[in-house]
Design a protein around this ligand. Structure first.
Ligand SMILES: NCc1[nH]cc(CCC(=O)O)c1CC(=O)O
Length: 309
């Protein structure tokens, strides 16, 4: 009997690319497996006119997909890890983290080669408070203007002349075949990425061992260790990609190096810290780094961000 596997996915070009990539890889691994996509529109895709920080609530991009898993209308959900909340509904969990794509932020402009080349007062498009805070820290003269929507929509608005430059995740551009539009990969010292950026994760029913066995070969342990450390920091700070929190782990000499940042949205107060430890301590490192940032005042900064959202 041919076995079927249904993938719940959002309908944006990037989400579909990621779901199709998982489908292709599963079909290559299991020649008799029939993989289908179950596309669905999430709340985060419907609310496009306000910053995500204002929409409130976690899991705006994943809730509908999780409901499909719980209702047995799909077997796995493919997510950008950056959009996945720290907590899962009872009966669901992440079972695979795929190999991470380039985690950096990218500077895209039709007139300037690098962020440093932007003249005084230039208009930069992003709706990420994390990107905004880090840009304003270095360049308080720049004007940050609201920009949401799918990758294609954002590029279209840049091309229509609404911005001098925009900042996007390099991973999304690369996956969609738009690598050539990247003028500059921002240094992680200048734009520390969001936790999970560039990584795709697969969520499924925790009790479904057969499905877990099918997808297990897609797991990439080094990427998973990095994402685990980053998410542990986010979880302890109760943050995500909707607040000015950045965290980024890499392996160095066989150990993990995790950097974290919490900032005010105007970039005037920026807390940075980092921690190195054995990979077995990934989760504990994230918690420890979050607690150091809190001791340095991160909770006060974040309380102000939430109060003004
Ligand atoms: N918040 C939206 C989102 N979620 C994941 C990505 C990019 C792809 C990735 O991080 O894997 C993006 C777009 C962006 O930030 O430019």
């Amino acid at each position: 009997m041919t076995q079927r596997l249904r993938i719940a996915t959002r309908t944006s070009a990037l989400a579909l690319w990621q779901a199709n990539d998982v489908k292709d890889r599963l079909e290559a691994l299991h020649p008799s497996l029939l993989v289908e996509l179950v596309p669905m529109v999430s709340k985060g895709d419907k609310i496009l006119d306000v910053p995500l920080a204002k929409v409130g609530g976690k899991g705006l991009f994943v809730k509908e997909l999780e409901t499909a898993l719980l209702d047995n209308e799909a077997d796995i959900a493919v997510h950008s890890m950056k959009d996945v909340p720290m907590e899962f509904p009872e009966g669901l969990g992440l079972s695979v983290i795929c190999q991470r794509e380039d985690p950096r932020d990218a500077f895209v402009s039709n007139h300037y080669e690098k962020l440093a080349d932007l003249p005084q007062g230039s208009v930069v498009g992003t709706s990420s408070l994390r990107r905004q805070a880090q840009i304003l820290e270095r360049r308080p003269d720049l004007q940050i203007r609201f920009l949401r929507g799918n990758v294609g929509t954002r590029l279209g608005k840049l091309d229509a002349g609404e911005y001098d430059a925009i900042i996007l995740a390099a991973a999304g551009l690369i996956r969609l075949g738009e690598r050539a539009r990247i003028n500059e990969f921002l240094l992680t010292d200048d734009s520390l990425p969001a936790g999970g950026q560039g990584a795709v994760g697969i969520e499924c029913r925790t009790g479904d061992r057969a499905i877990q066995a099918l997808i297990a070969p897609l797991h990439h342990e080094l990427s998973a260790q990095q994402v685990l450390a980053e998410r542990a920091m986010n979880k302890r700070l109760e943050g995500g990609c909707q607040v000015p929190i950045a965290c980024f782990a890499i392996h160095q000499d066989g150990r993990l190096w995790l950097r974290g940042l919490v900032a005010s949205v105007d970039g005037k107060r920026v807390l940075r810290d980092d921690i190195r430890d054995d990979v077995s301590q990934a989760e504990q490192m994230g918690v420890a780094l979050a607690e150091r940032l809190i001791a340095a005042g991160a909770d006060k900064i974040l309380a102000e961000v939430y109060a003004n959202a």
